[in-house]
Design a protein around this ligand. Sequence first.
Ligand SMILES: *Cc1c(COP(=O)(O)O)cnc(C)c1O
Length: 239
Amino acid sequence: MTDRKSELAANLARVEERIASACEAAGRKREEVTLIVVTKTYPATDVRLLADLGVRHVAENRDQDAAPKAAACADLSLNWHFVGQLQTNKVRSVAGYAHVVQSVDRPKLVTALSAAAVDRGREIGCLVQIALDAESGERGTRGGAAPEQMAELADLVAAAPGLRIDGLMTVAPLAGRYAGREQAAFERMMELSSGLRAAHPAATMVSAGMSADLEQAVLAGATHVRVGTAVLGARPRLG
Ligand SMILES: *Cc1c(COP(=O)(O)O)cnc(C)c1O
């Protein structure tokens, strides 16, 4: 193995161990939690090594970086998740490679994604991104809809050609009543998820938890964790 491959393998093993012990502590089966490795700012060569090491889900947050990376890795059987704030002028490109867009947070984005998915003959899974610190009717500073907007957005996605409503995504808020209370934030997400599932039974995904708080997410009941730094190392620049 190359040095980089051994480094990634060791990091993946540590993350795997963290997920497995959190599952055990929560009385959950390991298969209930899917690891998504966030490869933003890291090169396609790393994505290839990760795929070799058994990673099946990767995530990116900027189309400018993600599009060429996904193209360079088109021969690999990977699921690409888009997790960044998405401008409508990037939607056509994202619809070319994303299997799941986790950052759906406004009606205009649903309309644009639907048109792009139909145009490309693809079906795209969508998660409604919830900003637990957004006031009703607002968007969060890091993207995301206020909890009150969830039902309307989910209904729009479910009715949109080319799109599928798969669940919810969140980033633990830095401000507001959930600041510093990751587990309470993720538990609130699980409540929102059960409301969503009442209307859309197949929308079971809850994507929550990153390198610093994946345990709290698994304990609360998240189905997907998004881990960057703990697998790839500290990012060379903000992203
Ligand atoms: C970067 C990013 C992650 C991963 O964060 P780490 O702290 O590096 O694990 C997860 N989710 C989103 C939306 C991100 O932008």
